[in-house]
Design a protein around this ligand. Structure first.
Ligand SMILES: C[S@@+](CC[C@H](N)C(=O)[O-])C[C@H]1O[C@@H](n2cnc3c(N)ncnc32)[C@H](O)[C@@H]1O
Ligand code: SF4
Length: 397
């Protein structure tokens, strides 16, 4: 894999000349790096107390979108994420969507998602989103337990979440997904059971259920080092996740990816692009794109991001050119996150290999552990394997 900094480049990055001979539709990720507050567990590239920067940032973001003009790029999914896109004035989102439709060819059946925090929504914002063609609404709930929400550093309560979901429904935002978190400090089986009851009560289409990752540079890490909070016992964490899977599957949610559950036909088209190694572009501070053999990452500092755009360049800081071997491994690792894994025929055609011969030792070893299986021509993790993915991934790498 070769990495290059854009600082050495003259003129535009070859993205603008990329080949798309089969006119494949791309995904587009847009990053809005602003939040009303910083949650105690989060190390995403996002800023609270930076409201003064919003207007300037959005004007640069629009200029970055315009750099894709006349490329004939077709999109079938757009994800406006962050950060908290619902925190900023909805006129920016309306303008952004208008511009995207002007610059790209947006398929009429595109999935267009926006990430939102409870406590940031109004009737006007929701109507603006719906009128702008946004058709998937992802609300960060995390837990319905008010005490745990405080520990997480969230400003909302269960009642606000319930109110917001009602508001979304009443104003035409019907396709709702929620983000939930597991193994939060203060959470126990009782709280988890209540969370699950509440999820079923709100009747949504999709749930992302993330296990807490203790990130450096967060208040949680500081508290852990001081002994104020403790990490969850692995067994309890696993028991909790099993309970989540069982309860959600009993109630019509299919676990289609390690952390994602959906009612039939409601899987996220955009997120599937990440896992299936299909191409997506990315616009905004620190945003990462992937297409063909290229992986890129935009500048993460406002000044550098602005400077690149002022110089008429795409604000790409890092370009990685993946070898065929890198892409093959990436294909295996990302596709295996999906419950159905991948078709062996697919990987063979795509990379000109015989998967079962090339990876024979690894496949046999993990089959004997009961962690992988071949079903209807697909290679996938078993339910047990989804709990212990690491040892397989280590062997592949
Ligand atoms: C980047 S946030 C954006 C959504 C929105 N700002 C919100 O907080 O609701 C997307 C989701 O990532 C999850 N997340 C963030 N940090 C995490 C961590 N350290 N461990 C597990 N999940 C995390 C949360 O569930 C969050 O809703
Ligand atoms: S979890 Fe969401 S609201 Fe909290 S800091 Fe991260 S991006 Fe912002």
């Amino acid at each position: 894999m070769t990495k290059k900094s854009n600082k050495d480049k003259v003129g535009n990055f070859p993205t603008l000349n990329h080949k798309n001979d089969n006119n494949e539709a791309y995904g587009l990720y847009i990053h809005i790096p602003f939040c009303p507050y910083k949650c105690h567990y989060c190390d995403f590239l996002t800023f609270s107390h930076a409201d003064k920067k919003i207007d300037t940032y959005m004007s640069y973001l629009f200029r970055e979108v315009k750099m894709y003009e006349n490329q004939g790029i077709r999109l079938d999914s757009i994800f406006i994420g962050g950060g908290t896109p619902s925190y900023i004035d909805s006129r920016y989102i309306v303008e952004l969507m208008k511009l995207i439709r002007k610059i790209f060819i947006v398929d009429s059946d595109s999935e267009i998602s926006i990430e939102m925090n409870p406590n940031t929504l109004t009737v006007e914002k929701i109507r603006d989103y719906v009128n702008a063609g946004i058709n998937r609404f992802s609300l960060g709930v995390q837990t319905f337990d008010d005490k745990t929400l405080k520990i997480l550093g969230r400003s909302h309560t269960k009642d606000i979440v319930m109110e917001d979901i009602k508001l979304l429904r009443e104003n035409g935002a019907k396709n709702i997904s929620i983000d939930m978190m597991l193994a939060n400090p203060g959470q126990d089986m009782k709280i988890l059971e209540k969370d699950l009851e509440n999820i079923l009560q709100v009747d949504i289409n999709h749930i992302s259920y993330y296990t807490l990752i203790l990130e450096d540079r967060t208040l949680f890490k500081h508290w852990l080092d001081k002994g104020t909070i403790k990490l969850f016992d692995d067994d309890l964490e696993r028991d909790m996740f099993h309970r989540v899977v069982k309860k959600l599957e009993e109630n019509g949610f299919n676990r289609y990816e390690i952390s994602n559950f959906a009612k039939t036909g409601m899987e996220s088209k955009h997120n599937k692009k990440y896992w299936k190694q299909t191409p997506y572009l990315a616009i905004g501070l620190g945003a990462s794109a992937s297409y063909e053999d290229v992986r890129t990452k935009n500048f993460s500092k406002f000044a550098e991001y602005f400077e690149a755009i002022d110089n008429g360049k795409l604000p790409i800081e890092i370009i990685e050119n993946l070898s065929m071997e890198d892409r093959e491994k990436e294909f295996i690792i990302m596709n295996m996150r999906l419950k159905n894994g991948f078709y062996i025929d697919d990987i063979n055609k795509r990379f000109g290999i015989d998967f079962l011969v090339k990876y024979q030792d690894i496949v046999e070893k993990h089959k004997s552990y009961g962690t992988v299986a071949i079903t209807d021509g697909r290679f996938r993790f078993t339910d047990y394997g989804l709990d212990v993915t690491n040892s397989f991934y280590i062997d592949i790498i």
